[in-house]
Write a protein that binds this ligand. Structure first.
Ligand code: AMP
Length: 363
C-alpha cells in the first residue's frame, strides 16, 4: 500500500485524505494544530510547524510521495527535501505563486494576459504607479495574502493615505478590472497529459469565494480559450500535479488573477458534480496511476459555509435532500468568515439556487 504525505491538514488535506482512502492509499499529514481537520481521516499524523525541517523530513521518510495543501512552505526547507525525496510537484510552482509580482510576471512571460501591475515599496513608488496605471487600482501585499486579506481598493487619490500601512511590506499595485465575471479552472498534469475540470464561475463576498457555479454560464468561446491557454500554460511552465488558475472575464478577454498549485476551493464541486474529482486525480498522479478525464455529471452550485452559515448548513444536512451534499470540516472553532464547510447542490443552476436556497444563508 502506498503512502502520500500531505504538508497541511486543513480542509484540502482532509479531502485529499478522504479520496486517497477510497483509492486504497494511506496518508500521513503534517500540521501545526493538533485538531487539524485532516487528522480525523489520515492514517498517520505529525504535529509540527511548517518551518520545522526535521518534522518535514520525517513526513517525507514516512511517504512514497509528498504534496502540499499549504502554499507558504518556505523554499529553504522544501528545496533540499525535493532533492532527497519524492515531492513530484517540486518547489517551482510554489515559488512562482508565493509572490504576486513573480506570479503575474511569470503568467505574462508565458503569454497570459494580466491586469497592468507595478511593484511598489513606499509612498513615492505608489504615487508613481497610480500615475502610470490610473485609478481605480488595487494595492496588494506581494506575499501571504489570501481571501482578500492584505489588499485595498484605491478609488481616488484620497484613498492613498489610508492604504499606506500596507506598505510595511513590499506590495504590488494592480489595475482594477471591472470584470463581468470571475472564473477558475483546475488542472492535473502527469507531465505528459493535462486533464482539466469544467470551469466554474465564481462569486465572491468580502473577497472570499461564496459560490461556484458550473457550467460557468459564460460564452463558450471564452471558456474554450481559457481551457486551451491554461493547459498550454501548465505544460509550458513544466508544472506537474495540480494547478488552479483564477481569471477575471471582461467581454471576450480573460485576465489571469492568480494561481495555486494545490486543490482549489472552486474545485470542491467536482466531488459530486463530476465523474472524478480534483482530490482523486491528484492522488492518482502522486501514486503513478493514469489520470482520468473528468466529465460533468450535472449542473452544480457549490456554496461555501463560513462561520456565520454553519447553523443553516447543519439544518440543511439534517433535512437530507437528494442531490444536496453537505461537507462540514469539523473545525473546532467557528468564526465569521472562517471556512467551516461547503455544500454542493447537484442538478442546480444559479437562478434556482437564488430562488430556492440563497435565503437560508446569512446575507
Ligand atoms: P485575490 O486575493 O487577488 O484573488 O483577490 C480577491 C478578490 O478581489 C478577487 O477575487 C476579486 O473579486 C477582487 N480583485 C482582486 N484583484 C482585482 C483587480 N485587479 N480588479 C478587480 N477586482 C479585483
Amino acid at each position: 500500500m502506498k503512502t502520500i504525505g500531505i504538508i497541511g491538514g486543513g480542509q484540502l488535506g482532509l479531502m485529499i485524505a478522504e479520496q486517497a482512502r477510497e483509492l486504497g492509499v494511506r496518508t500521513v499529514c503534517l500540521d501545526p494544530a493538533a485538531d487539524a481537520p485532516a487528522f480525523r481521516v489520515c492514517d498517520d499524523r505529525i504535529v509540527a510547524a511548517y518551518g520545522d525541517a526535521a518534522a518535514l523530513e520525517e513526513l517525507c521518510r514516512r511517504s512514497d510521495a509528498v504534496t502540499y495543501e499549504f502554499e507558504n512552505v518556505p523554499g529553504d526547507i522544501l528545496i533540499p527535501l525535493c532533492e532527497k525525496y519524492n515531492i513530484p510537484q517540486g518547489y517551482k510552482p510554489l515559488y512562482d505563486s508565493q509572490d504576486r509580482l513573480r506570479e503575474k510576471s511569470n503568467a505574462r512571460a508565458h503569454g497570459l494576459r494580466t491586469p497592468g501591475f507595478e511593484a511598489v515599496d513606499d509612498e513615492a513608488s505608489l504615487r508613481e504607479a497610480v500615475r502610470r496605471l490610473g485609478l481605480p487600482a488595487v494595492l496588494k501585499t506581494r506575499t501571504l495574502g489570501y481571501d482578500g486579506h492584505g489588499q485595498r481598493v484605491l478609488k481616488t487619490e484620497s484613498d492613498i493615505a489610508g492604504a499606506l500601512p500596507l506598505l510595511a511590506v513590499p506590495c504590488i499595485l494592480e489595475e482594477f478590472v471591472p470584470f463581468d465575471s470571475e472564473a477558475s479552472i483546475v488542472m492535473v498534469s502527469d507531465g505528459e497529459r493535462v486533464v482539466s475540470f469544467p470551469v466554474g464561475r465564481n462569486v465572491h463576498r468580502d473577497g472570499i469565494l461564496d459560490l461556484c457555479i458550473v457550467p460557468a454560464e459564460v460564452d463558450s468561446g471564452v471558456l474554450g480559450r481559457m481551457k486551451a491557454q491554461s493547459e498550454r500554460f501548465m505544460r509550458d511552465c513544466g508544472y506537474r500535479g495540480i494547478l488552479a488558475i483564477e481569471y477575471f472575464i471582461k467581454g471576450d478577454e480573460t485576465y489571469f488573477n492568480e494561481m495555486a498549485p494545490r486543490p482549489h476551493n472552486s474545485g470542491h464541486y467536482t466531488i459530486e458534480g463530476a465523474t472524478t474529482n480534483q482530490f482523486r486525480e491528484l492522488v492518482r498522479y502522486l501514486v503513478g496511476e493514469p489520470l482520468q478525464e473528468p466529465q460533468p455529471v450535472a449542473p452544480a452550485v457549490m456554496k461555501n459555509i463560513l462561520g456565520q452559515d454553519l447553523e443553516a448548513a447543519e439544518k440543511i444536512a439534517a433535512e437530507n435532500f437528494p442531490g444536496v451534499y453537505v461537507h462540514l470540516y469539523g473545525k473546532t472553532e467557528s468564526r465569521p468568515k472562517r471556512k467551516m464547510g461547503h455544500i454542493t447542490f447537484v442538478g442546480m443552476d444559479a437562478a434556482r439556487f437564488e430562488a430556492e436556497w440563497a435565503g437560508r444563508f446569512v446575507k
